[in-house]
Design a protein around this ligand. Structure first.
Ligand code: FES
Length: 173
């Protein structure tokens, strides 16, 4: 069963959350809505954004989305329940990977990854609470002489120290 629907059904009469959608997320939704000819056309993309950021569409989010899209909560719930599109696994906004291939391991990649995970408070293989960062590991990026090696999306950072890595990740939106 879809994660979003599971949350909706299991939560009946739905736990409430007064600020499920952050101000930043609201601004992103508003900017996206401005690209659509009809306000309601932006609902599905907005549901995706909320789901990716929060990991669920709960009652608070439904209420806020209803307000944003000038719909009733029941109408928003219907769209959520009819949508297969929320099946996709939740992803962090930024994919951050550290190489743990043989050469990098020898040069301390595992320790680096563990320390980075502690510093930013995101377990390896998981997503930060705010949905910004998904921290993972990868095996050999083909730059074996430059460990520790961290990828942020398409950007490679080689020979990166913990302070630098933390600064790079803190600067991500
Ligand atoms: S082992 Fe890390 S880049 Fe090759």
């Amino acid at each position: 069963m879809r994660a979003a629907i599971t949350v909706l059904e299991a939560g009946y009469p739905w736990h409430t959350c007064s600020m499920e959608i952050s101000e930043k997320l609201r601004r992103e939704i508003a900017a996206q809505n401005a690209t659509f000819p009809r306000l309601r056309s932006g609902l599905m993309p907005a549901l995706h954004r909320v789901y990716q950021a929060c990991g669920e569409i709960n009652a608070g989010a439904v209420a806020e989305l209803a307000e944003i899209f000038e719909m009733t909560p029941d109408e928003v719930r219907s769209v959520v329940e009819l949508s297969n599109a929320l099946d996709s696994p939740r992803r962090g906004r930024h994919q951050v990977k550290v190489c743990v291939g043989g050469t990098c391991l020898r040069d301390g990649a595992r320790e680096f990854l563990g320390a980075l995970s502690c510093r930013i408070g995101v377990p390896v293989g998981e997503i930060s609470e705010d949905g910004r960062i998904e921290l993972g590991e990868e095996v050999c990026f083909g730059a074996c002489a430059a460990a520790p090696l961290m990828w942020v999306g398409d950007d490679m950072h080689d020979d990166v120290g913990l302070d630098d890595a933390e600064r790079i990740l803190a600067a991500l939106e």
